[in-house]
Design a protein around this ligand. Structure first.
Ligand code: HEM
Length: 358
């Protein structure tokens, strides 16, 4: 690894006090130095981080000792909405074609889970982790036991990366989740490009993703690390309308409901209306099971056991539009946490294949 790709150690960061930096502002030459140091501190160099060497805009952000690292979205102006829609379409068409995966559930749920797990490592305290750097592509992160099973989503996306090499991994992983939600009849999710692949040494340590064997206070604390309030947490968990748990991946087994590949508010209705029994499964882990063969994790059940979460569950069970509205907000926030966007940085709302008659 080249020196330029390494972090500047904390000790040397301290040298650049706020006062020193303010003193330097205005001198273009010195700003150039600041930009270079900042890039090193962030662990990436100019260009869009995709290895094609193109520079995509200015990188400079205020360098203040002890301040969290800023991750500036960079978009190569050469690529516009129709290029990103083409990536969306390629993912959506592959989803439609390869429908036999996981007993005909298809790849939608696992793509959604990858987008959430590559974002869900974010820590607001120091702006480490998160979707920006595309670090799931490194073994340290993909081998986190919490990510078992997500290699299927990564393999699914690899040919798309080959077809569109200009898109960063961070953008691709998050766009995969947006495509899955929209193609499975969920709400439209506004999505912003500009994540920059960062080097391996910026990969967050394992252990930042949630452990399902916990109750409401754990869930609240966990999501507070990413700045989510109760309403956003209840909405995000509605992602469990899709897909299932697999003994081989997580040590849990079964789906949350009947419609495993349609994005609906069924999760909340099942939480409220099914008859749940806490049981040990084959792997000796506790999960709630219902006579219909559905399951809930303890962290799911926490949403009906907590006085503050429960009314929100009831609202979303009754009103799918209210759920979709909050999900759109919370999911977009999840995918963007930790990223700074300039005012003219684009926001895209992609058309589904149906809307394009494809
Ligand atoms: C406290 C928070 C959460 C916990 C503890 C949790 C835990 C789990 C576990 C244990 C699985 C089973 C994985 C497997 O065995 O294959 C799973 C699957 C899944 N999770 Fe979560 N999850 C949480 C939040 C979320 C959120 C916020 C989303 C989306 C926004 C989400 C989306 C999914 C999806 C779509 C699947 C199904 C994947 C598949 O079918 O392959 N989860 N989750």
């Amino acid at each position: 690894m080249s020196t330029a790709n390494r972090f500047v150690p904390l000790a040397s960061r301290a040298v650049f006090s706020r006062r020193v930096m303010l003193g330097l502002v205005g001198s273009a030459g010195v700003l150039g130095v600041a930009a270079d140091l900042h890039q090193r501190r962030d662990g990436y160099r100019g260009g869009n981080g995709n290895g094609n060497g193109r520079s995509t805009g200015k990188l400079w952000t205020p360098l203040v000792a002890g301040a969290p690292i800023a991750h500036l979205a960079q978009v190569d102006k050469k690529y516009g909405e129709s290029d990103y829609q083409a990536v969306y379409n390629a993912i959506a068409e592959k989803l439609r074609d390869e429908d036999e995966y996981d007993n005909y559930i298809g790849y939608g749920p696992v793509l959604l889970r990858l987008s959430w797990h590559c974002s869900g490592t974010w820590d607001k305290k120091d702006n480490t982790g998160g979707s920006f750097g595309g670090t799931y592509r490194f073994q340290k992160e993909s081998n986190d036991p919490s990510n078992n099973g997500l290699e299927n989503a990564a393999h699914f996306l690899e040919p798309i990366k080959k077809q569109f090499p200009w898109i960063s991994y961070g953008d691709l992983y998050t766009l995969g989740g947006v495509t899955a939600v929209q193609e499975l009849q969920g709400p439209k999710i506004a999505w912003r490009p500009g994540r920059v692949d960062m080097p391996e040494d910026t990969t967050p340590d394992n252990g930042r993703l949630p452990d399902a064997d916990n109750g409401a206070s754990y869930v609240r604390n966990f999501f507070d690390r990413m700045n989510f309030n109760d309403r956003e947490v209840v909405a995000l968990m509605g992602g469990h309308a899709l897909g299932k748990t697999h003994l081989a991946n997580s040590g849990y087994e079964g789906p949350w409901g009947a419609a495993t590949n349609t994005f609906t508010n069924e999760f909340y209705n099942n939480l409220l209306n099914e008859h749940w029994t806490l049981e040990k499964n084959e792997a000796n882990n506790e999960q709630y099971n219902s006579p219909k063969g559905y399951m809930m994790l303890k962290t799911d059940m926490a949403l009906v056991q907590d006085d503050k979460y429960l009314p929100i569950v009831k609202e979303f069970a009754k009103d799918q539009n209210a759920f979709f509205k909050e999900y759109t907000n919370a999911f977009q926030k999840l995918l963007q946490n930790g990223i700074t966007y300039s005012k003219d940085s684009p926001v895209f709302v992609f058309k589904t294949l149906d809307e394009q008659d494809l």
